[in-house]
Design a protein around this ligand. Sequence first.
Ligand SMILES: O=C(O)[C@H]1O[C@H](OP(=O)(O)OP(=O)(O)OC[C@H]2O[C@@H](n3ccc(=O)[nH]c3=O)[C@H](O)[C@@H]2O)[C@H](O)[C@@H](O)[C@@H]1O
Length: 440
Amino acid sequence: MASPPDTSKTTKLERYNSYIRKVNSTKLIAASSKLLFRVTLLVALLLIFFFTINYPPLTSEKTFNNNIHTTIYGGGASWEKQVRHSSTPHRPNGLSVLVTGAAGFVGSHCSLALKKRGDGVLGLDNFNSYYDPSLKRARQDQLTKHQIFIVEGDINDTELLRKLFDIVPFTHILHLAAQAGVRYAMQNPLSYVNSNVAGFVNLLEIAKAADPQPAIVWASSSSVYGLNTKVPFSEDHRTDQPASLYAATKKAGEAIAHTYNHIYGLSLTGLRFFTVYGPWGRPDMAYFFFTKDMIQGKSINVYVTQDDKEVARDFTYIDDIVKGCVGALDTAEKSTGSGGKKRGPAQLRVYNLGNTSPVSVKKLVAILENLLNVKAKKNVIKMPRNGDVPFTHANVSLALRDFGYKPTTDLSSGLRKFVKWYVSYYGIQPRVKKANEGEK
Ligand SMILES: O=C(O)[C@H]1O[C@H](OP(=O)(O)OP(=O)(O)OC[C@H]2O[C@@H](n3ccc(=O)[nH]c3=O)[C@H](O)[C@@H]2O)[C@H](O)[C@@H](O)[C@@H]1O
């Protein structure tokens, strides 16, 4: 029997050919997709290149309240020009000061005072919303009128700080940017660590590496005395019993200042502010929100101690604080290091800046009642355990000795100025006359 023809070879050959065709077409597809990918990549790179070359610097202009302009950090020639212009002194031997927290209460007042006497001032502020940012914008508006430029940025932004120091050889830093407020530390503890510890260290890292190193004056706080009972509070009293996380971060700042002075030769002066108040103040502080609530007919909580004693503060008027800050800047010696290396011992100081005469919160309310011509609806309650201390009282003899610090404004006169500003700023004009008449 004839065997059937052997077709297996032809079939194999066909299979092989179809396999080769498949392989070839797959190769072709793969090769063309590779080519397509490369071309796309090249086009994308070219686009990025042209975009970068032709696009304006990453500086964006934002408009607030129609007339306030803020430049968000990003560089660019016109931005650098503003930075340089703002920091250039206009008097012989004038200072060139970087003021952090320049849109804040103390920062805005100090910036204006320095600029008015011919120093160069560059502001830095992150305009956060801890309290109404529109008030910060309004302060900025005042500074802009006096040719003070505020860079919008954070003290934790290393690159930004480095850039500022590349552009300007600052002689001084007035470091006032911080997370303030004693009671808020229980709600948002990490914001205190972020600003008052991490931000401060970041700033010191930049300052220590700068050439020349600037001298630094910075805001500590009366709260570092915590549960200290010796009065009046002197700089050599205990500060190891902070009653709030806020106080603990300010105390940490003093320890950190010591370290940077010791290792890198940075000249550092810490100022312990005592409950600063006045026009353009902070809405989170008692005198400010008492005024608001009293005008609106709302009740206020007046704290007393657990054993029913009055709570008191050494309220200090803003103009006195500004004089203290300027005095500290003027007497700050140069840092001794350069480029991150210490060359010799440098100045390390801490001063109380208070008013030296504590006033009870009850008395504060009575003064406001008189100024506002309003009877306060008072809830007298025991001070909640929220970080507050029962009293503060400054001894300022060190600041007097070293830079002639002498507070001159008592609480009634200072609050009168505050109320005048408050009613005018918030457009409650008719009450100003009443308040002023009541005081005459
Ligand atoms: O001197 C300081 O170091 C501190 O001063 C103030 O802190 P504080 O003195 O507590 O100021 P306020 O919050 O305005 O309180 C003033 C007084 O009013 C009292 N108070 C506060 C709130 C309230 O509802 N009722 C009330 O009686 C407080 O216990 C305190 O005795 C600032 O808020 C802190 O940022 C600053 O560091």
